[in-house]
Design a protein around this ligand. Sequence first.
Ligand SMILES: [Zn+2]
Length: 202
Amino acid sequence: MFFVPSHNGPGTPVTSTVMLMTTSASLPTGPEGAISPEGAVIDRLVTANERYAAAFTDPGMDARPVLRVAVVACMDARLDLHAALGLELGDCHTIRNAGGAVTDDVIRSLTISQRALGTRSVVLIHHTGCGLESLTEDFRQELEAEVGQRPAWAVEAFRDVDQDVRQSMQRVRTNPFLVHTDDVRGFVFDVKSGLLREIDPA
Ligand SMILES: [Zn+2]
């Protein structure tokens, strides 16, 4: 995600950012450096899409996820959900935001996922080194001081990632709009090892 991870070790935030960006296969490496000029990055995505579409064949899928599962996860750029969970196109719904927090809008998506599109299981994934660990709810006051209004949303900052996963599981399990709340499991993804660690809901 867009915040500097709180567990950088000896590396500086700049080093960390460069390390992450160089995982992208076709970044410019010329004298202009790794940071694309304004506008160029989206052009690159559009070009990549043209290549994708040229090789794409309609798999003829239904909109309902094959595995009947919805995954709620942090938007962190180091978390490749499909690769990390062995998921294929069409397998699941992925719902992502800063922290993988179970907000009202995530509940909106989960409700539609379950009631209109047939999913039955919910997987919640937070991760090590999340940017939300380095923020507090003061972030809202800082925004208010800067722009003159306080956001309606909570920052959903946290200190204890395990506890945050437990809270997220609880929010899903107790939500009245959801019809399938038995198979809800929460995990912490380790961005260094790639492994998931399951969190006991108790
Ligand atoms: Zn995160």
